[in-house]
Structure formats: structure tokens, C-alpha cells
Design a protein around this ligand. Sequence first.
Ligand SMILES: [Zn+2]
Length: 146
Amino acid sequence: MQVLSVRQPWAWAIARGHKDVENRTWDTTYRGILAIHGSLRMDHDSLKNPLLRDVGWDPADPMAATGGIIAIVSLDGICTTSKAGHPCDCGPWAEAGACHWQLSNPRPLPEPIMTLGQPGLWLPAPAVMATLAKMMPAEALSASRG
Ligand SMILES: [Zn+2]
């Protein structure tokens, strides 16, 4: 399992199953279980984004936490068509010119696991992994997809 730090409120939108595409400038070969970490620093400008407004951004939701792992999702694929300058069909959350990380099966945690984020994809500390294993069924955390 790998972890990706995402700024709020985008991380919340992923955890709650609204946002199924994560926009990144970079591609990765990693596929499978991805934990979503809410970065410490919020993306305040995005609060004006109509997509977020429409899905009901709720700063009181535990999944709105900053500085903790809030959910696990499946990273199914990455579309690089838009980054290459061509139109694609990744939906409203996909930004033009970005790599579109296609996410499915979001599973919010019962509560956030506080831990420091890192750039890129990163591995959780053993203590964080142990806490996660107590919260989620083993099959949810296995490397296999689906
Ligand atoms: Zn795309």
C-alpha cells in the first residue's frame, strides 16, 4: 500500500466518493490500494470551486481533517492523454493538461490517522499501518485489486 498526500478539500471529496480523478503533473506505475492523506496545508482557493460547492463540502466532517490518513481507495489507472495535449473522457474532476489518476472504491476510515505527509507516493510508518489494519478488514488492504 502506498500513500498520497492530497490537500483539503480535495482529499475529503475523494474520501466521500465524489471525486474519482486526482490530477497530478506526474505518472506512476503503481496500481492498487492507495491511502489518501489530507495534507496539513489547505487549498483555500478551491473553496470557490463549483464542483466542490455542488457536492456539499463540509469542514465539520472527520474526513475534512488535515494532517492525517482519512481513506483508502483503489488506483485503477492513469490517463496521460490530456497531459499529451489531447481531449479525454475522464469526467468533470479531470483538469486539462494533468495526469488523471483514476480512483474507485473509496473507503473512509472511522477516524483519521494523524501522521506527517510526504511528497510523491510514500509508505506509512509501521505504527500507522498497524492502526489502519485495526480499522479496516485485511482484504481491503491487500495488494490485489478489486
Ligand atoms: Zn483523462
